[in-house]
Design a protein around this ligand. Structure first.
Ligand code: SOE
Length: 390
């Protein structure tokens, strides 16, 4: 008997659009799911670029008007892969039209937008309409396994969470003023783009909420060359074609968790030499875990209950078929990559939609992250501890 089908319309086809396309293409090839996805429509603004992208990424049709997609009966899911400035408008309209929504992180550019999106998701849930925010790193097998270890009590009471996300792609002051460096499009800089990932992951792994923060944010390079025609920015009068950077280059914050743990968080695009170094170390009374995305198939685990003569952190290669998601892939030791985390994300989303349950992270989870980001910005601006509202 043929399986139910889910028509996908994806809005945006840059980095996230490309990796989502790969995930939509592979999810039913590697996971036996209760529904099959069709890559039905790729939606964007530029007709020519769109058609090339649809051919390359394997989408059946193209569209330049996302609102028209909400009227189509052959579209079941709206996959939002656009910059944060359009997340709220698209997601709220799609949910109200009865479309399931997968929205890239961060959920929104402002707390108000995230609250509106969460309210729309709550209302839509009552009509069986599902929504999820794309914190893909939750689906790194080593991190899903770490969460299991923590949930099983193997670390005991959590004392410390130490998280960083280190990149260096804008260290060169001549790197142009792309959309990620403009507040009106991105909402914030390193904080919302990569700080959101570690704020979500830390809370997810320890199953606890950040309750207050104190923060420092910095913008090292405040003027950059305009990013060309696509920037939509006009050259400054008379001078060289430069524009103002209106977001943070780096954000650091200390945090308290509701259960008593304390945390240190660093998100920066100026960690010269570190390309996508997202890492965490979590210390508990009975043990610790440590992870670095640049070695994403490995988890370091220290069991403090062992005889000190035999204790110490050991490297677990998270590629056994008993590890999360691994049964779908290769034999032990044949490691996975960044793209697989998105296939896992689509797996969980499709299964949830097809079986009528709410996927995680929900928009409410995304709102909690947005509240942390908002508190970090307030704290950095006012130089004091800031509570994270619930
Ligand atoms: C930032 O450059 C970025 O592309 C993030 O936006 C993604 O969420 C992260 O997975 C990789 O780095």
């Amino acid at each position: 008997m043929s399986k139910p089908r889910l028509g996908i319309a994806m809005i945006g086809y840059a980095f996230m659009g490309r990796v989502h396309s790969q995930a939509w293409r592979s999810v039913n090839r590697f996971f036996d799911l209760p529904a099959e996805v069709d890559k039905t429509v790729l939606c964007g603004r530029s007709e020519v670029a769109l058609k090339e992208a649809a051919a390359t990424l394997g989408w059946a049709e193209t569209a330049t008007d996302w609102r028209a997609l909400l009227e189509r009966d052959d579209i079941d899911v709206i996959d939002i892969c656009t910059p944060g400035s359009s997340h709220a408008e698209i997601a709220v309209a799609a949910l109200e039209a009865g479309k399931h929504v997968l929205c890239e992180k961060p959920l929104a550019n402002t707390l108000a937008e995230a609250e509106a999106m969460t309210a729309a998701a709550d209302a839509a849930r009552g009509r069986g309409v599902r929504s999820m925010v794309g914190f893909n790193y939750r689906r790194v097998p080593a991190l899903a396994f770490a969460r299991q270890l923590i949930a099983d009590g193997r670390l005991g009471t959590i004392r410390h969470v130490r998280a960083h996300y280190l990149q260096d792609w804008i260290v060169d002051p001549d790197f142009p003023l792309v959309w990620r460096l403009r507040k009106e499009v991105a909402g914030s800089g390193a904080l919302g783009d990569i700080g959101a990932h570690i704020a979500d992951l830390a809370q997810y792994l320890v199953d606890d909420h950040i309750t207050e923060v104190t923060a420092l944010m910095e913008t090292f390079v405040r003027e950059r060359p305009l990013a060309g025609e696509s920037s939509g920015l006009s050259a400054s009068a008379g001078g060289a074609a430069t524009g103002e950077v209106t977001v943070d280059d780096a954000a650091l914050f200390l945090a308290r968790f509701g259960g008593g743990a304390i945390g240190t968080f660093e998100a920066t695009r100026f960690a010269t030499g570190r390309k996508n170094a997202m890492g965490l170390e979590i210390n508990g009374a009975r043990g610790s875990i440590a992870f670095d995305f640049e070695s994403m198939n490995e988890l370091w685990f220290h069991d403090h209950t062992l005889d000190p003569a035999e204790a110490g952190a050991r490297r677990i290669l998270v590629t056994e078929e008993t590890h999360p998601y691994l049964a779908a892939w290769w034999p032990p030791g044949h490691v996975l990559g960044y793209e697989h985390t998105f296939t896992h994300e689509m797996r969980d989303f499709v299964e949830a939609v097809a079986t009528g349950v709410d996927p995680r992270p929900s928009f409410a989870d995304g709102l909690q992250v947005q509240r942390v980001l908002d508190a970090v910005e307030t704290s950095a601006a006012e130089g004091r501890w800031q509570a994270v509202e619930r």
